[in-house]
Design a protein around this ligand. Structure first.
Ligand code: SAM
Length: 298
């Protein structure tokens, strides 16, 4: 690694047009001047790469997400690519990374050429999950009091990101995905989750595993959220371990799954079909986290 100097931003104030004096950059980094440099190959054309698979790697964008990634025990930062002008300001974000994590820096023009579009935030990081978590392992490790979000057939990355964001915001311990859900570590899902996909434990069921059965076997009460649910949300008391099953736009939850659960509805204006799934998750998570009475039955 080399230490390169980064010039401070020239001051183009009303009367001062003299070039600023060079200012040393204290962040150890590798300067990239050629967009075709093989060392930054994973960052090349990242939009296309999203569609063609990422070999177990994911791409994190922006300062807030990088901050969470660098500190997440669930994830490893493989490398970082930042616009040279942002390096100095990111020193505290980069500080928790192991010393051997490559930090690449490039001019904004070179960075745009690498990723294939103008990337104004100028901060990317390549990450990898430390390990795949098995559903049984994740549920067995839950504390006595826990909220678990159970996602069924969520194929939209915006919704996936929003669901993780809400799970983290309301203190859910884990997210359980069925086999039809999209990848929470897709670039857009990570971005929409504001990094919550990197810090909230999640596990994916195999196609032959049933979400309600799996939750019940681990002492998690499965609650199916549906506009036609039997229990109005205000009347729902909080089980010590609650599993909130949420379905996809369009079909919602399968009937055979709902039959194994208590069903819960968020009352809406008469004649309206449903809420967006991420919005519905926020309403029910808030109720169970802060408003609901404790369930008294064993
Ligand atoms: C767009 S809705 C699906 C609508 C579908 N027609 C149905 O009947 O479920 C997506 C998911 O959000 C949740 N949801 C949306 N509105 C809800 C409501 N009013 N009460 C409870 N859950 C709701 C449910 O989990 C649902 O599966």
């Amino acid at each position: 690694m080399v230490k390169a100097d980064v010039r401070s931003k020239p001051d183009h104030g009303a009367f001062t047009l003299a070039p600023a004096s060079p200012k040393p950059c204290n962040v150890t980094h590798i300067l990239i001047t050629d967009p075709d440099d093989p060392r930054i190959a994973p960052y090349r054309s990242i939009r296309e790469r999203d569609l063609t698979g990422r070999e177990g790697l994911f791409m994190a964008e922006g300062e807030v997400v990088l901050r969470l990634l660098a500190r997440s025990p669930l994830m490893r930062t493989v490398s970082v690519l930042v616009a040279q002008k942002r390096l100095e300001a990111l020193a505290d974000v980069l500080a928790p990374l192991p010393a051997d994590t490559p930090v690449y820096a490039a001019s904004q023009a070179v960075m745009d050429a690498i990723v294939g579009f103008p990337i104004h935030r100028g901060i990317l990081a390549l990450g990898r999950r430390v390990e795949q978590i098995e559903p049984e392992t994740m549920l067995a490790a839950l504390p006595p009091r826990a909220l678990v979000l159970g996602l069924v057939g969520i194929a939209n990355h915006d919704n996936m990101g929003g669901l993780f964001r809400n799970a983290a915001a309301f203190g859910a311990s884990a997210v359980l995905l069925d086999s039809a859900c999209c990848d929470p570590l897709y670039r857009k899902a990570i971005r929409v989750s504001v990094g919550a996909a990197l810090t909230t434990p999640f596990a994916r069921l195999r196609p032959d595993q049933d979400m309600a059965d799996m939750m019940s076997a681990h002492g998690v009460s499965p609650l199916a959220l549906s506009p036609t649910g039997d229990i109005a949300l205000a009347d729902l008391s909080r089980p010590p371990r609650a599993g909130l099953l949420m379905g996809a736009e369009g079909p919602g939850l399968p009937m055979e799954l709902m039959r194994k659960c208590r069903t819960v509805s968020i009352p809406m204006a008469r004649g309206f079909d449903s809420l967006n799934v991420a919005v519905a998750s926020a309403v029910v998570l808030h109720h169970l986290a802060f408003a609901a009475q404790e369930e008294t039955r064993p």
